[in-house]
Design a protein around this ligand. Structure first.
Ligand SMILES: Cc1ncc(COP(=O)(O)O)c(C=O)c1O
Length: 376
């Protein structure tokens, strides 16, 4: 706890020392030793000059190898570019491939910044409200959600906040509908590495060359290895129009990655797998523990079993803190979850809990939630 409270990141700095944060998607574990070992000599030598790893194709190549080994998909390295965050290529793709007023479909509730990206790109939100018990993508519901002016689908695979890892069947539905309606599909796969036994991460673009050719895939090592502050991501620009449009932007308009982010990402994707697998196992145990405690101690709080991510989407609608669960939990329970409505209108009465923490801290978080609901 002392180490965590001393960190400069927003997760632990947002509230006072009496609050335990379980909101923003950062893990409480220090990153992989292989990454610290890569960065330490750079920091100690003050090695911060212009850096080859930020300019050459070593990061795309490392990602291609990681993706092929872990997910069986070998993205075209020529079509893979380095970005400063996963949100950057999403925004850039919409900027170059849509016209004002074009519809962009989101599967909601969903990661809050997606709404701002759609709106600030001059696009119109087209909503597919996921069924909150199954969270499955259904072909006829998708066809009826899409209107004449829809031009793109922004997919979150695996899905934040539900923790669904979409099946091949569901992804094929998205691909088929995209083909029928000539839609661009942007697939945010930043959660790719956190998938628990029984589920699989299937990269959307791996469904076939025609699917890849209308797709943009964005991902990073940042979520998997707690590197959010180091700003490094990759985008596979399968769709020709997006590749050309982004390629034609004025040089430097999108900025570039920094040397520490580049080296951390390379170390993660070339030597971090063993650490990652151990971390995913810890998170699986946390997930199971959380589900057991909620069902035993707070059966009125409904929570699905996340197949992926380290997020639990808690439904407080049958409790007496239903009007604003995150506010009550923060003010009375001193525990900081993400408020459901940040993820869209469908999030009212819900709160999102980040369970990527040490088991003792998770228990304290759960104690505080149970107490708050019981005493309300
Ligand atoms: C779905 C999704 N996309 C993107 C991000 C942020 O990625 P980045 O820091 O690379 O912009 C997050 C962070 O939680 C996320 O959940």
């Amino acid at each position: 706890m002392d180490r965590l409270r001393a960190l400069s990141g927003i997760k632990w700095q947002r509230w006072g020392a009496d609050v335990i944060p379980a909101w923003v998607a950062d893990m409480d574990f220090p990153t992989a030793p292989v990454i610290i070992d890569a960065l330490r000599p750079m920091v100690e030598a003050g090695d911060f000059g212009y850096n080859m790893a930020a300019f050459d194709d070593s990061i795309p190549k490392a990602w291609v190898a990681w993706s092929e080994r872990r997910f069986g998909w070998r993205p075209d390295v020529e079509r893979t570019k380095v970005f400063t965050s996963t949100l950057q290529p999403i925004s850039a793709a919409l900027a170059v491939a849509t016209e004002p007023g074009d519809g962009v479909l989101l599967f909601t509730p969903v990661y809050a910044p997606f709404y701002g990206i759609v709106k600030k790109s001059g696009c119109r939100l087209v909503e597919y409200r996921l069924n909150e018990t199954e969270w499955r993508i259904d072909a006829s519901a998708l066809r009826s959600a899409i209107d004449e002016g829809t031009r793109a689908i922004l997919l979150c695979n695996p899905h934040n906040p539900s923790g669904r890892a979409y099946s091949a069947e569901e992804l094929r539905i998205v691909a088929e509908v995209a083909e029928e309606r000539d839609l661009l599909v942007i697939s945010d796969e930043i959660w790719q590495d956190f998938v628990y036994p029984g589920a699989t991460h299937i990269p959307f673009a791996s469904l076939g060359p025609d699917v890849a050719a209308r797709c943009v895939t964005v991902t990073a090592a940042s979520k998997s290895f707690s590197l959010g502050g180091l700003s490094c991501a990759v985008g596979f620009l399968g769709a020709e129009k997006v590749a050309e449009g982004i390629g034609a932007l004025p040089p430097h308009m999108l900025g570039g990655v920094n040397a520490l982010g580049a080296h951390a990402t390379l170390a993660a994707w070339t030597g971090g797998e063993e650490w990652l697998l151990g971390t995913v196992e810890t998170l699986r145990a946390n997930r199971d523990h959380l589900l057991e405690r909620i069902s035993a101690e707070l059966p009125e709080v409904i929570v699905g079993r996340p197949e992926a991510t380290y997020l639990a989407w808690l439904d407080f609608r049958a409790t007496s803190i239903a009007d604003d669960p995150a506010k009550h939990l923060l003010e009375r329970g001193l525990v900081g979850l993400s408020a459901g409505p940040e993820f869209g209108l469908a999030g009212k009465g819900f709160a999102r809990l980040n369970f990527a923490t040490h088991p003792e801290i998770l228990d304290e978080i759960l104690d505080r939630i149970v107490r708050t609901v019981r005493e309300a």
